[in-house]
Design a protein around this ligand. Structure first.
Ligand SMILES: NC(=O)c1ccc[n+]([C@@H]2O[C@H](COP(=O)([O-])OP(=O)(O)OC[C@H]3O[C@@H](n4cnc5c(N)ncnc54)[C@H](OP(=O)(O)O)[C@@H]3O)[C@@H](O)[C@H]2O)c1
Length: 308
């Protein structure tokens, strides 16, 4: 099979396309012929070596946390999926940038019927992150005011749609070229963070979903109500500021969850969610990862391993 291999930590130049042996599905796993593999910020954070203390990996490795595609083999004990099923999942911390991947069945669901397998490969990590942030961590209720930073990105674009589905009023931050897109996804108001400080436009917020970190995260305390929630998968919010503003700070890591992904697939098929993708052939992985590193753009980047 074709796979992107990393022999040393570094910049996108270390990503190499190679021919390697097919992986084999073990007990409770399936082999997937990958049609789409999402490119996420975690991929280049892992690639750089910045996370090797928390996520030790054996070199060489194949980056990529999520895929969609057809099941071509099932391991011992698998009854949940059969050969030919089209599945998607947040499969692991690595393994997705390839024409074939193995994944435990508990991390998979049938892909939405309304999405191609290519597009479905761009969904699991972002949709699970947005869903867990807004439902499990923030417990968003109807008519609550939710501010979403980096709303046009992979997680943000899912979060805007999920927050609207939950009945919230949604305020989004994005650069001007993404405002029409975010209105189309349902955002009630969009702030151009490049020309205006969001604190000048919004206050009394129930929940901030911070997808940027740093200064944006610190400035977000001042727009929250006392008793509000600052939820971030990027970094742990300051406890000092949380105490000063009477806000609950929440930092979390996304959990892979096939059952939750089945629910997300249903939301796509019922028309509550859509995804915007930019497709790169697997051979153009370096360009795709560089684009992700730029932190500009819309929706999610996805690799197509059928185009080399
Ligand atoms: N801990 C976990 O388990 C976990 C899980 C998922 C994601 N994350 C983290 O969450 C973050 C977001 O992930 P993602 O996949 O959504 O990223 P992404 O798709 O790469 O985000 C790109 C978007 O960020 C926007 N942006 C950049 N700087 C901004 C700013 N200062 N204010 C507002 N928007 C800004 C850009 O908007 P414009 O193009 O409009 O400028 C662009 O649309 C990443 O740091 C990622 O590592 C963590």
């Amino acid at each position: 099979m074709k796979a992107i291999r990393v022999y040393e930590y570094g910049n996108p130049e270390v990503l190499q396309l190679e021919e390697v042996a097919d992986p084999v599905a073990g007990a409770g796993e399936v082999l997937i012929e990958v049609a789409g593999a999402g490119v996420n910020p975690i991929d280049w954070k892992v690639l750089s070596g910045a996370m090797k203390a928390f996520i030790p990996l054996q070199l060489p490795f194949t980056p990529g946390v999520e895929v969609s595609g057809k099941v071509t083999a099932t391991g011992p004990g698998v009854t949940e999926f059969k050969i030919g099923d089209e599945v998607f999942g947040f499969i692991n911390i690595v393994g997705g940038y390839a024409s074939k991947a193995v994944a435990p069945v508990a991390k998979l669901a049938l892909k939405p019927q309304s999405l191609s397998t290519l597009k479905a490969g761009a969904v699991p990590a972002t949709a699970l992150t947005a869903w867990q942030a807004l439902t499990e961590h923030a417990g968003v209720q109807r008519r609550q005011k939710v501010l979403i930073h980096a709303a046009a990105g992979g997680v943000g674009s899912m979060a805007v749609q999920i927050a609207k589905y939950l009945g919230a009023e949604v305020i989004a931050t994005a650069s001007a070229s993404n405002h029409a897109y975010l209105k189309q996804l349902g955002a009630d108001d969009v702030i151009d963070y490049t020309t205006q400080a969001f604190e000048e436009r919004v206050s009394d917020v129930d929940v901030v979903l911070d997808l940027v970190g740093g200064d944006t995260q610190n400035r977000s305390f001042s727009v929250l109500k006392r008793g509000g929630l600052l939820v971030s998968p990027v970094s742990a919010p300051s406890m000092t500021l949380a105490n000063d503003y009477g806000v609950t700070p929440i930092n979390f890591a996304t959990r892979s969850d096939g059952a939750q992904l089945a629910l997300i697939a249903e939301l796509f098929d019922r028309g509550h969610l859509t995804v915007d993708v930019e497709v790169f052939p697997l051979s153009e992985v370096q360009r795709a990862v560089e684009k992700s590193q730029s932190r500009r753009g819309r929706g999610r980047l996805v690799l197509d391993p059928t185009r080399i």
